[in-house]
Structure formats: structure tokens, C-alpha cells
Design a protein around this ligand. Sequence first.
Ligand SMILES: Cc1cc2nc3c(=O)[nH]c(=O)nc-3n(C[C@H](O)[C@H](O)[C@H](O)COP(=O)(O)OP(=O)(O)OC[C@H]3O[C@@H](n4cnc5c(N)ncnc54)[C@H](O)[C@@H]3O)c2cc1C
Length: 415
Amino acid sequence: MTIFTSAEKVETLVIGGGQAGIAASAHLGKAGMPHLVVERGRIAERWRTERWDSLVANGPAWHDRFPEKLFVATGPDGFAPAAEIVDYLCGYAEQVRAPIRTGVEVAALRHEGGAFIAQTNRGSIEARRVIVATGPFQKPLIPAVVPETPELTQIHSAHYRNPSQLPEGAVLVIGAGSSGVQIADEILRAGRHVYLAVGAHHRPARRYRGRDFVWWLGALGLWDAKALAPNMAHVTIAVSGARGGHTVDFRNLAASGMTLLGRAENFENGVLRFAPDLAQKIAEGDANYLAMLDAADAFIAREGLDFPPEPEAHELGKLPSCVTNPILTLNLAEAGITSIIWATGYALDFGWIRLDAFDAQGKPIHERGVSNVPGLYFLGLSWLSRRASAFIWGVWHDAAYIAEHIAASEGQHDS
Ligand SMILES: Cc1cc2nc3c(=O)[nH]c(=O)nc-3n(C[C@H](O)[C@H](O)[C@H](O)COP(=O)(O)OP(=O)(O)OC[C@H]3O[C@@H](n4cnc5c(N)ncnc54)[C@H](O)[C@@H]3O)c2cc1C
């Protein structure tokens, strides 16, 4: 192990060797700007160790990629497995000769004497500029609802791998976004009884009139949305690339034997209580699904496109009894539930950055990734510049903007 006695000096330090860090390196390298990427694990570590075994990309391979590199094993309309995403990111890092140093964790970042000082497990690094690319999904969040007991295994979706890791018995999955729905479906298919707690969600059609959902997001200008519409709360999106990609439909999941529940609210004496608005949440999800079909139809008509009609996509089946007559309380032991998987999202965790760069909620203060602290940048965060920002292809474009910003500020510096 190298131990640095005095700080190593770099022009630009990129922290994080996931897709964001690699994209930053690609653009800095292209502009001839010296830099170093440090990654605490391996390249694309989160795609290796914080995703379940069967995970595939949510978008088709023609879309979920960097503009300069295609997926090879997965065809353009397929959904790349996580292992192939790792190979893809490593391959791109090699292609752009990204100077990535793995096994280097930044424990603290501060500004001192006109430079940033990153304190790492391998000594200190001094940098004129820093790009923080440590991910949009940093710290798994489990709401404090069910106390820990030996009889009940509780894990976050980030730590779920496959059904065989769970003790015998029924499984309760809490959260019905893309992770929760896919994990619940996989466990059900493994022959377990699965309960799924469903809150507010969107569930767009995977494909409609011959085009994938991601294509429609582009056509309808939604990838470029700068922020959520005013008065619109963040709502989790349930989409799946599993088994070739399919529309998430809670009716089908219930028909396959899954028991749908409302949002988990509180727990007392072994009994979990659920919100009584499951039918309303399902109706809102349906309304979102139908609104997207209507928007797509209007686009096709406006543009005079010859896309095949798909009237059956507008037909919604009968609601299952678990929705019309919902379970409001469940004694977990009596229901045979031995594990809970919390697919309840993530929080940011920037406690290690000792700079005045955050708002009262701990979120970075920035404009398209350019922080209020001169020389500090953030990349890869959700909605950094637009809806696409946390996705593989979106981060590549945000990285280009940051590299341009650095080059421009360098020009000002020189003149
Ligand atoms: C379940 C799931 C499925 C997803 N599916 C898709 C998809 O199909 N398509 C898509 O486009 N997006 C998808 N995303 C969103 C997004 O692409 C991923 O979250 C992606 O991993 C984000 O890349 P990133 O480089 O910004 O962050 P990360 O992949 O989180 O990379 C950040 C890196 O920084 C390192 N790091 C963190 N802290 C430090 C530190 N202090 N010092 C040094 N290194 C550090 C980490 O080890 C990590 O490797 C998915 C997200 C999740 C959670």
C-alpha cells in the first residue's frame, strides 16, 4: 500500500468511479484537462454489489448507454444485465483511458489555503477542482416502522440478491417502484407467498404502438424536463426490463397470487397497519398510464405518423379483491411473514464534504452541477440538470457541460 507523506497534487479530482465519474473523465480527457478519478471500490462498484443478481437495465440497450459505445452481447432492443453494464463501463473507461485509481476512499473533503484537500485512506490529495460523482442513490433508507426482532429478517432492496437468501416463509416487500415490483415478482415466481405494499406510483406502458417508453419520453420532451411540474410530488416509477421488458400491471401481479396492500404505516404488537387508500393509488397509477397513451396518440396524430394502433392497451382489467377489499392490518407472524424487503429508496450522504455547499436539507446548492463553492462540481444526481441526469446517457451530457464550464473558467483564469 502506498502511503503519501505529503499531499499528491492534481488539477481536477473526480470522486467516484461509476458512470458519472467515467463520463467526467471522458470529457476532461477529450479537452486535454489533467485529472484523477478515485473510486473506493472497483469501477462501477454499485452495479456489482448493490444490485440484485437478476437485475437488468430499465431501458433498452439502444438507449441506456453512452453515445460513444454500444452494448454488444445485448442487442439494441434488449435490456442489459447488471454484469454486462459493469463490463460496458469498464470497457468505456479503458476506451477513453480514464485515469482511475481504485480502492481509494475519500473520507473528508475540505478547502484550505486556496485548494481542495481530499483526505483518503491512501493519503491526502490536493486539487484545484473537485467533481463529486458519488451517485444519486447513496444511503439505503429504511423508515423506522418495524423494530428489529430475531424472528424477522429486514433488508433494504440494495442488499437483496435473490430469493434463496431469505428464510423460509412469506415475504413482505414494501415499496412498489421499479425495484420493489421487480423483486416482489421474482420472489413470487420462486414459489413464495408475497405481499406487496403499494403507495403512490406511476406505471407507464413499457411499449406502446411499437415504441418503448424511453422513446416516448424523448418524443414527448419529458427527458428534457428541468424539474418536476410545480405542485407535483416525486412519485416512484414502476417499469421493468425483466423477461424482455413488460408493463407493470398490479392486476397481473395479484392474478399470479401476490397480495397487494396499501402503504405500510405503523406497527404495534406484531401487527402492521396499512393506509386505506390502495384503490385510490392504483387508480392514480392507471390514470398516469392512460394519460401517457393519450399523449402518445396525440403526438402520432399531430406528426402524421403511421404507427400501428393498439386499442387493447387502453383496456384495464377488473380490479382484484385485495384492492377492492383491502387488508388494513396484518399480523406478520400469523401471515407467516419471515422477511421484509424495504424498497423504499435512498438518501444523499455528503457528511464527508466539509464545505458550505449544501442547503438546510443537506442537498447540494448548484446550477447544472456547478456548485456555489467555486471549483466544486456535482455530477450524476437525480434532476441535476433534467430528468435524464441520473441515467447512463443523461450523465454523459451533464459531464460535457461541467467539462466545458471548467475549460471556460480555466480560460478566464489564464487571461
Ligand atoms: C436498482 C437500480 C437500477 C437502476 N437501473 C438503471 C438503468 O437501468 N438505467 C440507468 O440509466 N440508470 C439506472 N439506475 C440509476 C443510475 O444509473 C445508477 O444509480 C448508477 O449507479 C448511477 O451512477 P453514478 O456513477 O452516478 O453513481 P454510482 O454508480 O453510485 O457510483 C458512485 C461511485 O462512487 C463511489 N464512492 C462513493 N463515495 C465515495 C468516496 N467517498 N470516495 C471514493 N469513492 C466513492 C462508489 O463506490 C461508486 O462506485 C438504477 C439505479 C438503481 C438503484
